[in-house]
Design a protein around this ligand. Sequence first.
Ligand code: ADQ
Length: 721
Amino acid sequence: MSPSSENPILVIANRLPVTLSRSSRGLERRHSTGGLVSALDPLLTHRGGTWVGWPGTKLREGEQLARPDDPYPMVPVELSASEVNRYYHGFSNATLWPLFHSLPDRARFDRHCWDSYETVNRRFAEVAAEWSDGAELVWVHDYQLLRTPLHLRRIRPDARIAYFLHIPFPPYDLFRLLPWDRELLRGLLAADLVGFHVRGYAQNFLECVERLLAQRVDRDSGLIEHGERTVQVEAFPIGIDFRQYEQRAMAVQQREPRREKVVLGVDRLDYTKGISQRLRAFERLLEMHPEHREKVVLLQLAVPSRDQVSEYQQLKREIDELVGRINGRFATSGWSPIQYLYRSLPPERLSQLYRDSDVALITPLRDGMNLVAKEFVASQVDDPGVLVLSRLAGAAETMREAILVNPFDIDGTAGAVHRALTMDEAERRSRIVALRRRERRNSVDLWANSFLAGARAAGGKLAPPADSEFDAWVGEFLRGYHLALFLDYDGTLARIADHPSAADLSPGMRDALVRCASRDDTDVGIVSGRSLDDVSKMVGLEPILYAGNHGLEIEGPGIRRFTHEDLGHYRQRLQELARDLEETCIPGAWVEEKGASLTFHYREADETQHVRLAEEAQRKIRAAGFQSRQALCAVEARPPIGWDKGHAVLHILRTRYGPAWSASVRPVYAGDDETDEDVFRVLSGLGRTFRVGSADVPTTADRQLADVDAVLAMLQYLARR
Ligand code: ADQ
């Protein structure tokens, strides 16, 4: 079946390269059409690999998608009727499609559709994970699967994952209209490489990541620091199979000499393609330049698309009416200005039309790339035609020799068509020669190969944050104020170790803390889940304030020792809980008593027992009336007191600097886990907060820092600022 290859790739796309449909003759299978299939099908046939996607209909018991002569395995992902509605027609095509094409008024926001999108994206990842063994790369495609990289990363942490978006990525001001903006960004950032058609889309994405996720971004190199991983972002403009179009154009029959010149439009019937605006521009041409009447026709082909969706049905009616009105207005006994075909054409027929048209009028309101423009150029093997192209199509970034138009400017477009119709042969030829040369070189093979090479090479790293970056984040904010610097301990100041007692402070970190604390304008506090006694011993520095047990106990300079008043009530019960949990312990599991709270650890116990141990501990903790919280291979028990690290930090600020503290003091806080989110929330707008480590989880911190080394760099900056 599949040709053997040492480095097969796994493609995940909404559609498979074949589409199934059911009719009176039973299940039918035909080749899917479109740019994506024609780009990837030869690649998989040649290199080997697997394609995961939706076959377009549900298979019944005993029915098979695959055939023995398939060049590579195709794996179906099943969707229910409600999922087709919500995930596909809903979130993909009624939310993302209009918004990403900068048409926000058409976008619908519906939570049920989002939930379905999430479910289906997870299913694609689960199916793909089963087939990803031995694949050099998992390559996820397009806007229907923006969350799939993250779901796949959770199942296959070590997989090499790359993603390509075939439509535009919108600017920040539009993207943030989505209630799920951050979730979609995190979905993509689980990939090692994220590719777009053109640099502008990549820059939009980088800006969204920087502003919405507060991650470090290097716009020049396209690198994003995503927790401990780095993501490469790059533009890979897609091309076509140039030789195929050229050869087909040479092979088709010459047209009969015609009386009229032909202006050609070819699109899927979609509101992004600007078909109505184009018809109006053609009408304007006939008004402004009556000399073209009876001498030119607009031949508009539209492939039916998403035709069960009411918006598309309405668009079809609008176009029908417009064509009728314009033809009614200008037609003469022997001439109709617009010929309109609503159907798909066989490739040979399309090639003939491309070759024999005088002008291609391609005016999308927004388009990721637009392959029609390239197909037209490749087909100019005879009398050279002129390409009039919307400057809002990705293709306009490189196809500079086309006549570029703004599709919203009806008069301007009409003028451009006039210019194209009257252009002399020498100019037409020079333009088409340059366009053809570029498209021949940048064919679809080059696109696929550059993308694969990019995916192989991804793995660059950003330099640790420089002083100039910290300056931008906190420099101005701190100027003229006293700094109250709060730091979590484990995972923030010290790397996580197998045993809490081994998580030591590095000499460099100790030195930076000492230097910060010795400044007159800076106070340092450590806020930890460890007991007060434990954390103050681990750090062991005098002029520092310590808050232990998530802030239930506080001690340090400038503040009276604090123990939460309800704590006494729980001490006795906590000891009883500890004894009860001792009975759950097996080798490698143990109870850490921290006075005001406790932690049940099981990191070193037999892995097959982890789930059971965690569940039993949680049950016992809750039964004893304590709050239980899952940590990394540990379960914490805290007294049910409405007090957390956030309350503790506010308590310190108020008691140490007075109720009006915010007039003179600026807090900065860094922490790496869920319990630190309480501080991020209370300090939002009042301080500057940093979440350290993994960036796959939501955070309310102002910025993200990759690891303990980045925290060290920040402390060094604060010490010498
Ligand atoms: P599409 O929105 O589908 O693709 P486009 O790139 O123009 O847009 O491709 C359309 C394809 O359909 C072309 O290959 C064309 O030949 C074919 N086609 C159009 N009308 C036809 C007709 N009447 N009969 C037969 N075939 C017809 C998405 C993005 C684009 C991006 C591609 C590839 O929206 O911006 O260029 O993916 O990444």
